[in-house]
Design a protein around this ligand. Structure first.
Ligand SMILES: Nc1ncnc2c1ncn2[C@@H]1O[C@H](COP(=O)(O)OP(=O)(O)OP(=O)(O)O)[C@@H](O)[C@H]1O
Ligand SMILES: [Mg+2]
Length: 372
């Protein structure tokens, strides 16, 4: 469904329909079988029940001379059968249904219960792991499975609490990989990623993630109101509306929501936010990252879909936050990271230079080229 525009434009609906049709056919056949099986016994049971009574009648007739004596007994059997058959049929139909639905229930149950992580995550309320001094990388390398070259090679650097750093570099340099490591989504292959003196590993990843706010390039919006999207995953009755509006203001989207949307913060955004433009979605994504007031903010090319004017406004908002929060930004446009305290210039997984904007412009010709 995510690729529907491309598929329609290319006229390739058929291929996709074909892909779904075998599964759909199996499902229909099974559904038909289940329905048929659940009613068939009724006829068999009726045949047996009433056939039995006829046989009984014949047997009684053969045995006794006075058939009239047997009639009450026959009547009793016929009446009992008449009453019992529907109940037997009901029991059978229900058993069929239980067996038919059982397979699906088993699958869902297994997903929810045997995969321990899901249950564990829900049970444990973790405290955020706060940064006191710095986040540091020591001799950190990362290899993707099956990749020939390391995506990151022997990185050594520190991010001081409250500072802002920009990650720049050509495509494939390893920026997203580095951010995924920071987010605790990947684990270093070699070396260490530390917050103060604590090494981030599987034991404290959840705690670390609690102090992070992340704005990806592609914001995922659910089909709900703007408020629910900003306070993603929080039950409607627990949403702190003033916090939602404060974050929307910081993300430069408050005025747009109030002035241009018919129902303000209660406007439904449509499936995956179809009723909003790319830039509007992006700013809602930024407001979302700010909602739980994280200590560290990570932007992965979060402003690259914005026009220059909007980008400027968003960057200004980010600048207001700087020195209050630790900010890590990946950017394609150097204008985005111009105000960062430190810029890290990556190429093929290695840091080839770092410093502030002015320093890099002066000493690094490659960086100067990027700036043009
Ligand atoms: N899942 C993966 N499996 C194997 N290799 C990967 C995977 N993801 C990325 N890579 C490789 O790792 C290297 C770094 O990729 P990364 O996505 O970090 O680059 P990037 O700097 O974010 O690039 P861009 O500016 O295009 O987003 C690339 O050579 C890429 O081919
Ligand atoms: Mg990337």
């Amino acid at each position: 469904m995510g690729g529907i525009k491309d598929i329609k434009l290319l006229g390739r609906e058929h291929t996709y329909l074909m892909r779904f049709s075998p599964a759909s056919k199996i499902y229909s056949i099974n559904q038909a079988t289940a329905n048929t099986l659940s009613v068939i016994p009724r006829y068999i049971l009726e045949a047996i029940g009433f056939g039995g009574i006829v046989l009984l009648a014949l047997a009684l007739m053969a045995q006794s001379d006075n058939f009239g004596d047997a009639l009450p007994l026959l009547g009793l059997y016929a009446f009992a059968g008449y009453k019992l058959l529907p109940a037997a049929q009901q029991i059978y139909t229900s058993l069929t249904k239980v067996r038919f639905g059982g397979a699906a229930v088993d699958d869902v149950y297994e997903d929810l219960h045997t995969r321990d992580t899901l249950v564990e995550i829900q049970k444990v309320a973790v405290k955020p792991l706060l940064v006191n001094h710095s986040i540091s990388f020591q001799n950190l390398s990362f290899f993707y499975e099956n990749a020939e070259k390391p995506a990151l090679k022997n990185l050594n650097f520190d991010i001081k609490k409250g500072s802002s750093i920009g990650l720049v570099g050509s495509t494939g340099a390893g920026k997203t990989t580095l951010v995924d490591l920071i987010l605790g989504l990947l684990e270093p292959s070699e070396g260490e990623f530390k917050v103060d003196h604590a090494i981030i590993d599987e034991k404290n990843t959840r705690q670390w993630q609690k102090s992070l706010g992340y704005v990806p390039q592609d914001i995922y919006l659910v089909d709900a109101s703007i408020s629910e999207n900003i306070a993603l995953g929080i039950p409607v009755e627990k949403i702190d509306q003033s916090q939602v509006e404060k974050c929307a203001e910081l993300a430069q989207v408050h005025d747009f929501i109030l002035e241009e949307l018919a129902h303000g913060y209660q406007t439904q955004v449509g499936e995956r936010g179809v009723r909003l433009s790319g830039g509007q979605r992006q700013r809602i994504g930024i407001a979302r990252a700010l909602y739980h007031d994280p200590e560290v903010l990570v932007f992965d090319e979060a402003t690259s879909a914005l026009d220059n004017v909007t980008e400027k406004a968003v960057i200004e908002a980010v600048n207001i936050l700087s020195h209050k929060k630790t900010i890590i930004m990946i950017a394609h446009r150097l204008s985005t990271v111009k105000n960062c305290d430190q810029i890290i210039y990556l190429e093929q997984g290695e840091i080839i230079d770092s410093g502030n904007y002015q320093e890099l412009i002066e000493r690094n010709p490659k960086f100067r080229n990027m700036a043009i």
